[in-house]
Design a protein around this ligand. Structure first.
Ligand SMILES: Nc1ncnc2c1ncn2[C@@H]1O[C@H](COP(=O)(O)OP(=O)(O)OP(=O)(O)O)[C@@H](O)[C@H]1O
Ligand SMILES: [Mg+2]
Length: 432
């Protein structure tokens, strides 16, 4: 059965959705709202704003959309799923209430604490004096987090009391607006971080891959935090022991608990985990969407029918999908960003993709370029975002994926882009 699909979003994650959906024989018409320059020709761009719900509803009815796949968290936290479902439109994405798992760190901690999910000890504050007293008592390192969404900039891992107190003052002085009016202050967890993904229809849950990200801007994990400069998938430290513990102690208690609380979770659930030296996972945070750039390396390896998976989850029939198959290949995504990102960065410079697109590795399917911040103007590809491209290589080993990705990166000769040269260092360097 052919399904007409509308993707909401405009980044590399959404471009990866486009390419994965297009591999399905069950794909009907494919639209992306608003999309970006690199998706042109692969999906029909819809010139509407992601939070203009009435216009999106009208479009879905006119275009006979079978399911809406929502990429970013903001429209979900604003309640797009509720609005569309009221109009009888199927949505892959959680309700406004369930989106609070990411929209409010206080809500998330309260819920998972109540379900005995292993996570950092914490306390929530709206008063600076109380918060600083807690920091003094608990000592450092300690972690200060804004309650609301802050585009990955709301978390301070404080190594000194001064740093922690400064984070408290900045937030309560309004640096993050309403998002910083409430703070979650939690215990510092040591270990290795992984991103673990599942899909749920509110009752059934299936695993949807794992990956490791590189948040810092420069090689050796130096420089400011970013939205992510590269990922690889799978995350080899995710062995059966860790997978089993993560499901039993973190994912299942959360999904079942939310259903019991009358807030069934439907969509992608992204668990940010800290794995200690004994391989035990603790929950750092939940995101209610696929990660970016984790999606690029995970979907590159997807072999199952993405249309069927999305449609089954959105219509509450995920039990039909026995399991999700991924290639045994590894994939590695290198983000090429505009110089200056994550601070002030250059825009509207031309990007010459010709050599990369005609390269042997792209032709052989060993590398592909996901567009994140590009636009097409009078036939020329220009950069419009901080993170511009996600160049992804695949191979039987992580090293092969690394080589294919960087050989493609080398063919994108635009002086105004920079990238890290060490994506995958942790795994490629392990045991050396
Ligand atoms: N309790 C903790 N102990 C140690 N490090 C932590 C802790 N909590 C968060 N971090 C670090 O801070 C980063 C950001 O924290 P978190 O993931 O909770 O915030 P976020 O702003 O929602 O991030 P994202 O943009 O990835 O969704 C984590 O990736 C991790 O490196
Ligand atoms: Mg988050």
């Amino acid at each position: 059965m052919k399904r007409n699909i509308l993707i909401i979003g405009s980044g590399g994650r959404e471009h990866a959705f486009v390419k994965a959906l297009k591999r399905s024989p069950n794909l009907g018409q494919l639209y992306v709202l608003p999309g970006n320059g690199g998706m042109n020709g692969e999906a029909t761009a819809v010139d509407l704003r992601p939070n203009d719900f009435p216009a999106i509803i009208k479009f879905c009815k006119t275009a006979a959309i079978d399911v809406v796949l929502v990429g970013p968290e903001a429209p979900l936290v604003e309640g797009i799923a509720d609005e569309l479902e009221l109009e009888g439109i199927n949505v892959f994405g959680p309700s406004k209430k369930a989106s609070q798992l990411e929209g409010s760190k206080d809500f998330m901690k309260e819920v998972v604490w109540r379900y005995n999910v292993p996570t950092a000890e914490y306390k929530t504050f709206t008063d600076a004096g109380e918060a600083k007293k807690y920091i003094r008592i608990k000592g450092v390192p300690i972690v200060v987090k804004t309650d609301g969404l802050a585009a990955g900039k709301g978390v301070t891992v404080a190594m000194t009391v001064e740093e922690a107190n400064r984070a408290v003052d900045e937030a309560f002085d309004g640096k993050f607006g309403d998002a910083g009016k409430k703070l979650v202050i939690e215990e510092f967890l040591d270990g290795e971080e992984i991103s673990f993904f599942v899909i749920s229809d509110g009752k059934n849950v299936i695993e949807f891959g794992s990956a490791q990200d590189h948040k810092r801007a420069f090689d050796g994990d130096k420089g400011p935090n970013t939205g992510g400069m590269g990922t690889y998938s799978p995350a080899p430290i995710v062995n059966d022991f860790l997978r089993k513990k993560t499901f039993e102690q973190i994912i299942i208690p959360t999904i079942n608990g939310l259903a019991r609380d009358g807030i069934p979770f439907k969509g992608f659930l992204f668990a940010g985990l800290m794995v200690d030296g004994h391989g035990n996972p603790k929950l750092l945070e939940y995101n209610i969407r696929m990660g970016d750039p984790e999606t690029q390396s995970i979907l590159t390896r997807l072999e199952s029918d993405f249309v069927e998976i999305i449609y089954a989850a959105a219509t509450g029939s995920l039990s039909k999908i026995k399991d999700v198959k991924f290639s045994s290949d590894s994939a590695l995504c290198v983000v090429m960003a505009a110089k200056g990102y994550p601070e002030e960065y250059k825009k509207n410079f031309e990007i010459d993709m010709s050599e990369a697109e005609n390269s042997a590795e792209v032709k052989a399917g060993k590398a592909m370029v996901y567009h994140a911040g590009t636009a097409l103007s009078s036939g020329k590809l220009t950069s419009i975002g901080g993170r511009v491209l996600g160049v992804t290589g695949r191979g039987a080993t992580l090293k092969e994926a690394f080589d294919n990705a960087y050989s493609c990166v080398a063919k994108i000769r635009t002086p105004d882009l920079f990238f890290r040269k060490d994506i995958g260092w942790r795994e490629l360097g392990r045991g050396k």
